[in-house]
Design a protein around this ligand. Structure first.
Ligand code: NAD
Length: 486
C-alpha cells in the first residue's frame, strides 16, 4: 500500500515503513497520537510489536551489503536531495511537528533548518571518508587503515525534537553506508513517518531506512538489541532508559552512542555583558518550552549582578506569550503532556518550600492543554530537587555565587555533563572555564551551541559518543587495519 492510500488527516502515512513499503502492524494494533495543546487525538497509526521490529531489522540486514557498496558520492547526493526536498516541504513538516509536539511554528521551522543541516553536512562528508597508510617501523610492510560501515543500526529518538534527533542519526549512518531501523518516541512518531516518505521519494533504496512506531518500546527494543545481526545502537533520551539499553547492548558487545540527559549550568560572571546574558538565557532556557537536553537548568549568577539579572529575566519571561504553537504570536508552547506539567510543578513546589522566591509564573495554567507558566525563581537553596534533576520545563532557577571557584564547584556538582554556558567579557576567564567545566560542550557568551558541523554530546552520565561533525560520522564507521607484507 502506498502512503497516499493510508494516511492521516495531517497528510502523514499511518503505517510502518519496512523494506521500502508501508504496512500495518502484524497484529493490526493502532496507537493514538495527541495534540498537547488541546489533548485531542491527532492520528491513529500502526503500533508495531516485536514481530514488526524483527521484520524491520530483516529489511535493514538485507539492504546492508548493497548500501555499503553504493558509491559514497551517490549516498551523499541522496542526502543532499533529501535536504532539498525537506526545504520544499518545510511548511508541511512544521505543521506536523507543531501538531504532535506543540512547539511554536517558528521553532518548528528552526528545528527543520537545524535538522536539515545534518542531511546537507553528512551528504558532503560521505565522499570524504578516508583512511591512512604508512610503512611499519620495521620496514617489513605497509600499514593500511580503512574505514568500513559498522552495519545495521538501531536508532531510538525522543519526542522533544522529532525531526532533528532523527536526521542527526540517519544522515551520518547513511553517509557511512549503514542501513537503519528508526524507532521514534511514541508521543511524536508522525514526523518520522513523514520523513521516511521523503527519503523514499528521493530514492533511498528499499530497506536502507525502516521506521517502526510502537507504544511498546521496551519489548521491541529489547528484541532488536538482542539480535546478533544488529551492529550498532544509537539512542537519544533519558539517562535511566539509556542506562538500561546500554546494559542490554552489552550482551552482544554492541557499539553504542548515547545522547542522554543534561543539567546545564549557565554562569553569569560580574563582568558579563548582561544584555547578552539575558538574551542567551531566553534561548538556552525557554526554547522548546525548556524541553531540551541542552536547556540551561541552573543559573549561577555572581551575587553583585544577581538581582539585576533576575529582575530583567522576570520582565522578559513575563512577556512571553503562552499558547498553541499554531498561533503565530505564541513564543511558548505547551509541555508534552500532563505528566510533564505535574513533574515541573513538583520541582517548583519543592524549591519554594525550601525558600526560593517566585519572581514570575510558578503555577500550571488553568486552561485546556498541558501548559505551565514561564517561571523565574530567585535564591534557589542548595538541596532543591530542580538543581539536581532535569527540569524539562519553562523554569529558570537563579543561584547566587561569590567566587569563580565556587561557581565552578557548583557547575560541576552534577552527575550530568552535556553543556555549560558561560557569560564573561574576560577572555582569560573564558579560557579557564573551557578547562575547568566538566562538560561535553560549552557556549561562551551564547545560549545556543548546536551545529551540524560540530560534535554534540556529553561527558559523565550525559552519554557516550558524539553526533555531528567528523566525530558524528566516526560513530557509524569501524576501523580496519591491514598489514601488507613486502
Ligand atoms: P525517554 O528516555 O523516555 O525516551 C526516549 C526513547 O526511548 C523513546 O523513543 C522511547 O520510546 C524509548 N523508551 C522509553 N522507555 C524505554 C524502555 N524501557 N526501553 C526501550 N526504549 C524505551 O526520553 P524522552 O522523555 O523521550 O526524552 C527526554 C529525554 O531525552 C531527556 O532526558 C533529555 O535530556 C534527553 N535528550 C537528550 C538529548 C541529547 O542529545 N543528549 C537530546 C534530546 C533529548
Amino acid at each position: 500500500m502506498t502512503a497516499t492510500e493510508a494516511s492521516t488527516k495531517l497528510g502523514v502515512p499511518d503505517q510502518l515503513f519496512i523494506g521500502g513499503s508501508w504496512r500495518p502492524a502484524a497484529t493490526g494494533a493502532q496507537l493514538d497520537v495527541h495534540d498537547p495543546a488541546t489533548g485531542d487525538v491527532l492520528a491513529s497509526i500502526a503500533d508495531a510489536g516485536v514481530v514488526d521490529g524483527v521484520a524491520a531489522l530483516d529489511a535493514a540486514v538485507a539492504a546492508a551489503e548493497d548500501w555499503a557498496a553504493t558509491p559514497p558520492r551517490v549516498r551523499g547526493e541522496l542526502l543532499r536531495a533529501a535536504f532539498d526536498l525537506l526545504q520544499e516541504r518545510r511548511e508541511h513538516f512544521a505543521a506536523v511537528m507543531t501538531a504532535e509536539m506543540g512547539k511554536p511554528h517558528r521553532e518548528a521551522l528552526g528545528e527543520i533548518a537545524y535538522g536539515g543541516e545534518f542531511l546537507r553536512w553528512f551528504g558532503e562528508e560521505a565522499p570524504r571518508v578516508s583512511g591512512r597508510f604508512g610503512d611499519n617501523p620495521s620496514g617489513t610492510g605497509r600499514i593500511v587503515v580503512s574505514r568500513r560501515p559498522v552495519g545495521p543500526c538501531y536508532l531510538v529518538t525522543p519526542w522533544n525534537f522529532p525531526l532533528a534527533m532523527a536526521t542527526r542519526k540517519i544522515a551520518p549512518a547513511l553517509a557511512a553506508g549503514c542501513p537503519v531501523v528508526l524507532k521514534p518516541a511514541e508521543l511524536t512518531p508522525l514526523t518520522s513517518l513523514l520523513f521516511a516518505q521523503l527519503l523514499s521519494d528521493v530514492g533511498v533504496p528499499a530497506g536502507v531506512v525502516n521506521v517502526v512506531t510502537t507504544a511498546a518500546p521496551a519489548a521491541v527494543s529489547e528484541r532488536i538489541i538482542a539480535d546478533p545481526r544488529l551492529r550498532k545502537l544509537s539512542f537519544t533520551g533519558s539517562t535511566p532508559v539509556g542506562r538500561r539499553l546500554m546494559a542490554q547492548a552489552s550482551t552482544n558487545v554492541l557499539r553504542t552512542s548515547m545522547e542522554l540527559g543534561g543539567n546545564a549550568p549557565f554562569l553569569v560572571f560580574d563582568d558579563a555583558d548582561l544584555d547578552a546574558a539575558v538574551d542567551g538565557a531566553v534561548s538556552a532556557k525557554f526554547r522548546n518550552t525548556g524541553q531540551a537536553c541542552t536547556a540551561a537548568n541552573r543559573f549561577l549568577v555572581h551575587r553583585s549582578v544577581a538581582e539585576e539579572f533576575t529582575a530583567r529575566m522576570a520582565e522578559r519571561v513575563a512577556a512571553l506569550v503562552v499558547g498553541a504553537g499554531t498561533d503565530p504570536d505564541v513564543t511558548i508552547g505547551p509541555l508534552i503532556d500532563d505528566r510533564a506539567v505535574a513533574g515541573v510543578d513538583e520541582l517548583v513546589s519543592d524549591a519554594v518550600d525550601r525558600g526560593a522566591t517566585v519572581r514570575t509564573g510558578g503555577a500550571r495554567l488553568d486552561r485546556a492543554g498541558s501548559f505551565y507558566a514561564p517561571t523565574v525563581l530567585a535564591d534557589v537553596p542548595p538541596g532543591s530537587r530542580l538543581l539536581r534533576e532535569e527540569v524539562f520545563g519553562p523554569v529558570l532557577a537563579v543561584v547566587p555565587f561569590d567566587t569563580e571557584d565556587e561557581a565552578v564547584a557548583l557547575a560541576n556538582d552534577t552527575e550530568y555533563g552535556l553543556v555549560s554556558y558561560v557569560f564573561t567579557r574576560d577572555l582569560a576567564r573564558g579560557d579557564r572555564m573551557i578547562d575547568r567545566l566538566d562538560t561535553g560542550m560549552m557556549g561562551l557568551n551564547t545560549g545556543l551551541v548546536s551545529d551540524a558541523a560540530a560534535p554534540f554530546g556529553g561527558v559523565k552520565q550525559s552519554g557516550v559518543g558524539r553526533e555531528g561533525g567528523a566525530e558524528g560520522l566516526d560513530e557509524y564507521l569501524s576501523t580496519k587495519y591491514t598489514l601488507i607484507a613486502r
